[in-house]
Write a protein that binds this ligand. Structure first.
Ligand SMILES: [Zn+2]
Ligand SMILES: [Zn+2]
Length: 659
């Protein structure tokens, strides 16, 4: 009888899905993520000796490790089938190096969808480990460790113990802080607009005042607006130009990680973290009523919009059948792949186009069905024809003034039959046709003026970042990767450097302090261009074109110089208040502790008096009488009761401003 083989994956769900596909000759075990990592309590990197990393078993993971060793005994082969990216490759490599025996036949298999065909195919192409990919992962881990390890104590020295700073997160924090300062600095300016409601026959429509004597009008206040309305009220409104044109709107590419996170925020209000965990469930496999779980989408960490030829031909059949041949382009739509994108990677798409979201309603959670529907429809739309609009634009003369009106009607739905990519969100696409039923008129037509509508407006600063717009910015700046967008945001929130308020990131006072300290002492580490360069260099390590050691050295030299200067110069900051100690009468100062901000006597440690800073909001617990206090923990920011531990009330928001 043939000996069994062992397959290692990182999650129990994935183990179950794959187990059913591979059958009885394979034992599947889950590593539950990384088993080996840098040590928790020390640097774990020998900088002098080529940045040699010291790996140890993660505390609490010894059991899993022992189980893996036991399962590996007497196996024909050990297949590492962790996720197809740097992390997955590294988990497998660590196991091969440190857990399995020298003589064991350890092989790597990768697949981008957990379907019988893809998994079986992958096992016929089991390969050796990709050392370059592992080098890139280790390089990133070391960089992040060195930065975190040396920066955190400076934050403790100046602000509060227990704080930490990461490499890429700090740059993301900087973007949020700089935006906040622009908003604070912004001076809003008043301006007015004048609209005319016009009638021709049965058709009513509105036109906007653009120019006076062919020069753009600027209306600064209500008096100017009123004067213009007075000028206009007896003028004759006459059509001076009619333009009819056709406008095509093309579908967007199928999702990659960043675009999926953006759309899931814009359409479903999912945070990036939520999107990723829901997508992971869909990818790893869901019981859909047959006897085996099925992977419903392709791998969710990808930066390539490429689609496998079989999937393209399936979706083309589906489009022809369900939307009609007229919606199907002659040739498949191809989308440009970024140069940094992995060639083997694919877009995020449904694994089987026959599994329509409607048919899965009974098996998926509401969140899963929402995200799956979005992925499904976006993929279908990406292979459809453009939508066609008929756009009518009118120019209208009224005495010295010129108005314009434009409107559009859909003449062919194209991809919009499958996917509506309009959002009511901040970043409105200026190319999107506006709805305004402008009738088709002729030059010289006289219009009846029904009403003049002056309206007051104020210029607005750029909005705060959301999950969607921050990911877009990180991607454009070249400092995010599919595996990092969600953790960056998650970390900033957990550290209470920013708070998500109604979906938008508001930096906290602590966030400002951390950012300012880092920007002052580590301008290079906090520089967007430099961080983008480091990311690019790690990509080059992965491609085998650059030595990891070179990247680390080029980084460490300037870092060390900044670090030495900072260690010598960063001093504790004293924040005074106008309050006094009720025990000794000396002034109270603001301090940050592990659990948040508080007032301390300035004569500490002689006087140990301290006071909480309350929000002024009463604890909603009946009969408590305490006040709510801002607190932070390892799991982020919350409000607790001043009567803790007697009262254990906690909340993420103040009772009166529920999100
Ligand atoms: Zn005191
Ligand atoms: Zn209470």
């Amino acid at each position: 009888m043939k000996k069994k083989s062992l397959v290692v994956v990182e999650s129990p769900t994935k183990a179950k899905t794959i187990g059913k596909i591979l059958g009885d000759n394979f034992t599947i075990v889950s590593s539950m993520g990384h088993i080996i990592d840098l040590p928790l309590k020390k640097l774990g990197v020998d900088i002098e000796n080529g940045f040699e990393a010291e790996y140890v078993t993660i505390p609490g993971r010894q059991k899993v490790l022992a189980a893996l060793k036991k399962e590996a005994k007497g196996k024909e082969a050990i297949y590492i089938a962790t996720d197809p990216d740097r992390e997955g490759e590294a988990i497998g490599w660590q196991l091969k190096q440190r857990v399995f025996k020298k003589g064991d036949n350890v092989l790597r298999v990768t697949f981008y969808e957990i379907t019988p065909a893809a998994v079986k195919e992958a096992f016929t192409h089991a390969r050796d480990f990709d050392i370059n990919m592992i080098e890139a992962q280790v390089g990133r881990r070391i960089l992040d460790r060195v930065v975190g390890y040396f920066l955190s104590p400076l934050l403790w020295k100046k602000i509060a113990r227990g704080l930490s700073a990461g490499r890429v997160q700090s740059v993301a924090l900087r973007l949020i802080i700089e935006r906040e300062r622009e908003i604070q600095k912004f001076i809003s300016k008043e301006y007015w607009e004048v609209e005319a409601e016009l009638l021709k026959g049965e058709s009513k429509f509105s036109a906007k005042l653009d120019k006076k004597n062919n020069v753009k009008v600027e209306i600064n206040n209500n008096i100017e607006a009123e004067n213009i309305c007075n000028d206009l009220k007896d003028e004759e409104f006459k059509v001076s130009e009619v333009k009819v044109s056709q406008k095509k709107r093309y579908p967007s590419p199928p999702f990659i990680t960043s675009t999926m996170q953006q759309e899931a925020f814009n359409k479903l209000r999912f945070s990036a973290n939520k999107t990723m965990s829901v997508a992971q469930g869909l990818y790893e496999g869901i019981d859909i009523g047959q006897d085996n779980p099925v992977g419903l989408i392709t791998y969710m960490r990808t930066d390539s919009p490429r689609v496998a030829p079989e999937a393209i031909s399936e979706v083309r059949d589906y489009i022809a059948m369900n939307f009609g041949k007229e919606h199907l382009p002659e040739k498949p739509n191809y989308y440009k792949v970024k140069k940094s994108a992995q060639e083997a990677h694919e877009a995020i798409r449904p694994t089987f186009i026959s599994r329509h979201p409607e048919s899965l309603k009974d098996f998926l959670t509401p969140d899963q069905i929402k995200l799956y529907t979005l992925i499904y429809n976006r993929f279908v739309a990406s292979q459809m024809k453009p939508a066609i609009y008929k756009v009518t634009s009118l120019s209208i003369e009224a005495g010295e003034y010129q108005f314009s009106a434009s409107g559009s009607t859909l003449s062919f739905a194209g991809f919009t039959a499958a996917y509506n990519d309009n959002t009511e969100d901040d970043e409105q696409d200026k190319d999107k046709p506006v709805k305004n039923a402008v009738p088709l008129l002729s030059k010289g037509d006289i219009l009846e003026l029904l009403k003049l509508l002056p309206s007051q407006h104020f210029t607005k600063p750029l909005g705060r970042y959301s999950d969607s717009s921050l990911i877009k910015a990180l991607e454009e700046d070249g400092i995010g990767r599919p595996s990092t967008y969600a953790p960056i945001i998650y970390t900033l929130i957990m550290r209470d450097y920013v708070r998500r308020v109604k979906g938008y990131f508001n930096p906290t006072e602590l966030g400002f302090k951390v950012c300012d300290l880092l920007v002052e002492y580590f301008p290079k580490i906090l520089d967007i261009g430099f961080t983008a360069l480091m990311e690019e260099e790690l990509d080059e390590v992965e491609e085998g074109r650059l030595d990891k050691l070179k990247v680390l050295q080029a980084f460490y030299e300037p870092f060390k110089a900044s670090l030495d200067f900072a260690q010598a110069n960063v001093k504790k900051e004293i924040i005074t208040t106008d309050q006094f100690c009720d025990k000794c009468g000396k002034p109270l100062i603001v301090k940050w502790g592990r659990r948040g901000k508080f007032l301390s006597c300035s004569d500490f440690p002689t006087c140990k008096n301290s006071k909480s800073i309350t929000s002024g909001v009463k604890c909603p617990q009946e009969g408590c009488g305490g006040e709510l206090i801002e607190r932070r923990s390892k799991r982020g920011f919350f409000y607790g009761c001043s009567n803790f531990p007697k009262c254990r009330f906690v909340s993420r928001t103040l009772p009166q401003d529920k999100e």
